[in-house]
Design a protein around this ligand. Structure first.
Ligand SMILES: O=C(O)/C=C/C(=O)CC(=O)CC(=O)O
Ligand SMILES: [Ca+2]
Ligand SMILES: [Mg+2]
Length: 401
């Protein structure tokens, strides 16, 4: 792997093999795009002499398409390399634009267009089916034929670190089955990956190559109020139980940084329709980690997802619906086959029956006010390295009574 001249960076999972994009500002200055290298952010507009990076979101850059993404990444890798013979000159030119992360505020990196959430984990869908529809069929007959999804609320997608206000809504709390309006008593998380669309499509055109359209990956927490969700979701699916907040990481990892993480998707039976058949390996060997108030509670394995992100994109556009730059689609909760690998408290605690024990003697079935949940992830990077995908974190605040 190419070493970098940026102090300390090669000892972090943010080497030149990674280079995620984000949007940052220093106090009193406008928000602009940067790449993370070690514990610094490189201010791109002055370094690349390109105002596309000074617009306050990544959208205009993402709209340029894959060749521009590749060219920019290669150029940045060269400029940051310690091995290039121009390294001393590059260092002198770039160092004034290298800002310690502790001096910056990180913003929502993308102006989100539409937000779609899928349901791609076989284990998650099976668990939720058992919990929400006891005695019924866990997996609906469509599940193995298409990646099930719904349109979420893009206006409430927030950047990591934004507090999450406990939602209230209709929920059934009494044995008589009558609803009340009350704060959720079952506030939960869903550990997911989000895929950010760069290149749009026209109406009536289905998306071609996944890597031509998807710019990169975020970590995503689809906060969920299980009591509101369980009462409202029939028959149209998730609504107010999920629309109050969805958090994403401040860093978008470009697809190219995940080249070494690509694996064949899981075997699919039955074979799906032709438009969903996979021609390239787009399973991703990404290991996720969930902490609750700093304590590890689960390690969801993205590699075990049933539907892959190229299949999600193919399905999203098969009806001719167009894509816009900034559209975000999420994988659905990432759950493995045992409690310590599940991506939601609903599953980890089996709807509260088996609370999580914390080291201070407390336990949790669902989230309490003041709780902080953080999701991180790592993946194989180029040259045998490991790269990190930032973090998505949020603390629960009390809400409307
Ligand atoms: O009704 C159900 O089976 C469950 C629906 C969801 O929880 C939707 C969702 O957010 C999907 C996911 O994250 O996998
Ligand atoms: Ca979800
Ligand atoms: Mg949500």
């Amino acid at each position: 792997m190419t070493a970098t001249w940026v102090p300390g960076a090669d000892a972090t999972p943010y080497t030149v093999a990674n280079l995620p994009y984000g949007v940052f500002s220093r106090p009193g200055e406008p928000a602009r795009a940067g790449v993370r290298i070690g514990d610094h952010v490189l201010d791109l507009a002055p370094v690349l002499h390109d105002e596309v990076f000074a617009t306050g979101s990544l959208n205009a850059f993402m709209a340029r398409g894959r060749t521009a993404w590749q060219d920019t990444r290669r150029l940045l890798q060269r400029l940051l390399s310690a091995d290039a013979k121009e390294a001393p000159a590059n260092r002198a030119a770039l160092e004034p634009h290298l800002i310690p992360l502790r001096q910056v505020r990180l913003h929502l990196p993308v102006e989100i267009g539409d937000y779609v959430d899928f349901y791609c984990s076989l284990e998650h869908a099976t668990n939720v089916g058992h919990i929400f529809r006891p005695g019924g069929q866990a997996l609906m007959p469509n599940w193995r034929h298409l990646p099930v999804g719904y349109h979420g609320r893009s206006g409430t997608v927030v950047v990591s670190g934004t507090p999450v206000i406990r939602p209230r809504g209709q929920r059934v709390a009494t044995p008589d089955g009558e609803p009340v309006l009350a704060p959720t008593a079952k506030l939960d998380i869903e550990a997911e990956l989000g895929f950010v669309v760069g290149t749009p499509t026209r109406p009536g055109e289905s998306a071609g190559d996944f890597a031509d359209h998807v710019f990169g990956v975020t970590l995503l927490n689809d906060w969920s109020a299980r009591d509101i969700q369980a009462w409202e979701y029939v028959p149209l699916g998730p609504f107010l139980g999920k629309s109050f907040a969805t958090s994403v990481s401040a860093w978008v990892t470009p697809l190219e940084a995940l080249e070494a993480a690509r694996i064949p998707g899981r075997a699919q039976d039955p074979e799906p329709l032709a438009y969903l058949r996979r021609s390239e390996p787009w399973g991703l060997d990404i290991s996720m980690e969930i902490t609750l108030n700093g304590e590890p509670v689960s390690s969801p394995p993205y590699r075990e997802m049933y539907w892959t992100p190229d299949q999600m994109l193919a399905h999203l556009t098969v009806n001719g619906a167009s894509l816009r730059t900034g559209d975000l689609y999420a994988s659905g909760t990432v759950s493995g086959d045992e409690p310590a690998r599940r991506g939601s408290l609903l599953e980890i605690t089996w709807n509260g029956a088996e609370p999580v024990k914390l080291s201070d003697g407390q336990s949790r079935s669902f989230l309490e006010d003041g709780d902080t949940v953080t999701i991180t992830a790592t993946a194989p990077g180029a040259g045998g390295t490991r790269i990190a995908l930032g973090e998505v974190t949020g603390t629960i605040l009390p809400g409307l009574a």
